[in-house]
Design a protein around this ligand. Structure first.
Ligand SMILES: [Zn+2]
Length: 266
C-alpha cells in the first residue's frame, strides 16, 4: 500500500479562503531509485503503475475524483489551456492529446486540482480569489524566455481575473548558485527583454553565468500587472535538497518530478 504523500503547502502573500497550493515532497528517498518515493509524471521513464498509484493516492488525500486531477504533457512551450467542464468530460486519450505541449493551466472550476511536474524548473501557482480563477505554470528558462508567466496572467484575465488581485506563489526550483548556464541562455533572456543585471550574474571563479529563474519570473509577473507584494517563493532549491525534491541537474532527466498543485475548494 502506498504511504501518505507529504503535501507541503506553499506560502501565499495573503490567506486565501478555499484555495490551496502545494508541492508534493519526495517522501522516502531510495538512492538507487531516481523515481522514489512519489512521482506523478508519466513521461519521464517511470513505471506507469507507480505513477498511477501516486496519482490515486494524491486524489484520495485531496478528496477528489481522479478525473479532477489535471496535468499537461509539458514541452517547454508558452501554451496555456483553460480547463473547463468540456475538457473534464473528454476520454483520457482525448484529454492527453489536448494537453500535449501545454505548460500552463487555468480554471474557474471548484474541486479540480491543476498541476505541473518539475525538477529544477520554476513552478508557479496563481489565483484571483475574488474572481474564483486559479492557474499553474511551468517555467524553465525556455518558458521564461517565452513569458509563460505573463501569458498565464492574460489567460486568467480572459475568464475574469484582474492582475491587481492575483496572488502568485512559486514552489521549489533551482537556486541561482546551482543554475549555471551557457552564455546563450542569458542572451535569450536579455533578447526577451529581461534586464541582465536582475536575472544573471557571472561566477568570477569559474567564468560561468548563473541565472536567477524565480526572479526572472517574478519580473514577468510584475510586468503583467501582478503586485510584487503578491508574489512569493518558498525559497527552496531542488538541487540543494535532494531528499525533498527531484532535480534533473542532480539525477539526470530520467528521474521523477516534483508535483505542484492548486485547488479551489469553493
Ligand atoms: Zn541550489
Amino acid at each position: 500500500m502506498m504511504p501518505s504523500l507529504k503535501i507541503d503547502c506553499l506560502p501565499m502573500a495573503e490567506p486565501l479562503g478555499g484555495i490551496e497550493a502545494f508541492n508534493v515532497l519526495r517522501g522516502h528517498v531510495d538512492p538507487a531509485d531516481p523515481y522514489s518515493e512519489v512521482n506523478l509524471c508519466d513521461y519521464v521513464g517511470d513505471d506507469p503503475l507507480h505513477v498511477v498509484q501516486c496519482r490515486l493516492q494524491l486524489c484520495k488525500q485531496l478528496h477528489i475524483d481522479p478525473q479532477c486531477l489535471v496535468m499537461p504533457r509539458q514541452r517547454h512551450t508558452s501554451q496555456v489551456r483553460l480547463v473547463d467542464a468540456r475538457l473534464l468530460a473528454l476520454s483520457s486519450h482525448e484529454r492527453a492529446s489536448e494537453l500535449d505541449g501545454v505548460d500552463a493551466l487555468v480554471t474557474c472550476l471548484t474541486g479540480v486540482c491543476l498541476g505541473v511536474n518539475t525538477a529544477d524548473c520554476v513552478n508557479i501557482a496563481l489565483c484571483d480569489p475574488a474572481a474564483g480563477v486559479v492557474a499553474v505554470a511551468h517555467a524553465g528558462w525556455r518558458g521564461t524566455v517565452a513569458r509563460i508567466a505573463s501569458r498565464t496572467v492574460a489567460a486568467m484575465q480572459a475568464v475574469g481575473a484582474q492582475p491587481g488581485r492575483i496572488v502568485a506563489t512559486m514552489g521549489a526550483c533551482i537556486c541561482q548558485d546551482c543554475f549555471e548556464v551557457g552564455d546563450e541562455v542569458v542572451e535569450a533572456l536579455t533578447g526577451a527583454g529581461y534586464d541582465e543585471r536582475y536575472v544573471a550574474v557571472r561566477n568570477t571563479r569559474t567564468g560561468k553565468m548563473h541565472v536567477d529563474l524565480p526572479t526572472a519570473n517574478k519580473i514577468d509577473l510584475v510586468e503583467a500587472g501582478v503586485h510584487p507584494r503578491h508574489i512569493t517563493w518558498n525559497g527552496e532549491c531542488t538541487r540543494c535538497n535532494p531528499n525533498l525534491y527531484f532535480s534533473a541537474r542532480r539525477l539526470g532527466i530520467a528521474s521523477g518530478r516534483t508535483f505542484t498543485g492548486i485547488i479551489r475548494r469553493h
